[in-house]
Ligand binder design. Sequence first.
Ligand code: ASP
Ligand code: MG
Length: 420
Amino acid sequence: MKVYKFGGASVKDAEAVRNVATILKNMGGPDLLVVVSAMGKTTNSLERLAKAYSENSTEKYSLFSEIKSFHDGIIAELLPDTNVSAFDEIENLFIELECDLETPVESDFDQIYDQIVSYGELFSTKIVSAYLNAFGIKNRWMDARNFITTDSTFREGKVNWDTTQRLIEQKLSPIVRKQMVITQGFIAKSADNLTVTLGREGSDYSAAIFAFGLQAEEVCIWKDVAGVMNGDPKLFPDAIKLNALSYPRAIEMAFYGATVIHPKTIQPLQSKHIPLYVKSFVNPQQEGTCVGVAKEQEDQIPAYIVKGNQVLLSIRSRDFSFIVEEKLSRLFDLFARFQIKVNLMQNSAISFSVCINNDERKIPALLSQLSEEFNVKENEPVTLFTISNYQNQDFSHLLNGRKILVEQRTRTTLQWVLQG
Ligand code: ASP
Ligand code: MG
């Protein structure tokens, strides 16, 4: 049993969906679960729609129409015969969303966000599944929310592994064995039956969760790049493709900000020794990258990882007392409460510096709490630059004149927080 994941770029227009069909025709069949993301940049558009709806702005009507006509355009190209029953199902989904937009705004924004943004994956999978069936690639559409269950942390659901594993094993596995199944990435359901998403770019994680539950023999993420590179080729022209990576190295790279794999993806796969392939949907025959076991030398190739859109907070206690145990524990309490991910930290006697994602929603709330007890200096925008497995050489040419605000070195990893 295998799990394939196709991201937004791989289904961004009719041409792209046809390419997915060709890959599945050549490499698909039963015993395959296909996880698909929302088409192109649909999730961004739906985010704007969720915001407009929650603010009761009439912009919601134009945003809805844009999203609908984008999908209608793709459907018209792929499925010109409107007699296909899936056609009505897709239409019904749009009506459902339109009705949701007419209901009074009652719940908090994160809950609203998940109920609206999740439509992207429903639209895309309905379209892909219908097209594949029309094209002779028999498959069954299934709702991922019937299998992946989470708590009610909207926008970042925490998976309920026991229930999820049981549902996948009992309800999904027997079906996949007989027939190719198309399902959604990114979306799940809480115990009270509300849709919960797994965090932006979470479809990779969905693929890993399904693979874990199905005891799959491999997962393949199909991307618009040749595999995992040791740096973004736009920033590092000498970047090379890594043929193999160990699980810990992949987790580390994803954590530092390599966007090619969602950070949560590796752990469930590692726990069941399921290899992960990252391959190009443009050149499906090419080898790509295999995450699992890597020869030691392969794992020691340096990687250059840039994580943008960061904020550096320098925190001091108001009375200039030392930032030690009690104060640190108070700070981490607040980071946990506001679900702040700490990307790098450094402390001195009276100050504590922390580099975090620039999250417009979480940071103001955190700052207002912090300011009750601490003086906080905020630096933004900053970039976190990591070189893993650095060799002792001079990297100053990579700075492009930017100022280093914080530097940290271990034996293997060099990290800079850079201004700008
Ligand atoms: N469609 C979601 C997003 O764009 C999930 C994903 O693509 O992985 O964030
Ligand atoms: Mg996406």
